[in-house]
Design a protein around this ligand. Structure first.
Ligand SMILES: [Cu+2]
Length: 140
């Protein structure tokens, strides 16, 4: 009886659990560049509203840090507005960040907001947000 109850609880838990978020490995590197594991360019392609985990390894660049952060990771929309929940302070080492992609499809830019070296101003990456598959299907 207890086992049956446990089975039902587990099965319904699985049904209602969200799909495991995709994991992306990113380096905020010593040369003031973002690098995405397995990709030639620092670009991520996400679906609108998708939950993701970014596993970011931050390695100190030449210059300063701010309150222990050696790089930043701030997502901006096409008007330069900061996307809520995407203002990360990167401390040395590897940390996981649970994030949700913006709902509005389009091209977003990640910038570093810690003056990490003389190359800080060019520390960028791109996040492309695509409409969800279900949205694509209903718009056909
Ligand atoms: Cu930086």
């Amino acid at each position: 009886m207890t086992k049956l109850f446990l089975f039902i609880a587990l099965a319904s838990g699985l049904l209602f659990a969200q799909a495991t978020p995709r994991l992306f490995e990113i380096t905020a590197d010593h040369d003031s560049r973002y690098k995405v594991a397995g990709r030639p360019n620092p670009t991520l392609i996400l679906e609108s509203g998708e939950r993701v985990v970014l596993r970011i390894t931050a390695i100190k660049a030449k210059s300063m840090n701010r309150d222990g952060a050696i790089h930043g990771f701030v997502l901006l929309d096409k008007n330069g507005g900061k996307v809520p929940g995407w203002m990360l302070s990167l401390e040395p080492g590897t940390h996981d960040f649970d994030l949700t992609a913006p709902d509005a499809p389009g091209d977003y830019k990640v910038v570093c907001n810690v003056i990490c070296s003389q190359d800080h101003e060019t520390m960028h990456m791109t996040i492309k947000v695509l409409p969800t598959r279900s949205a694509l299907e209903t718009s056909r």
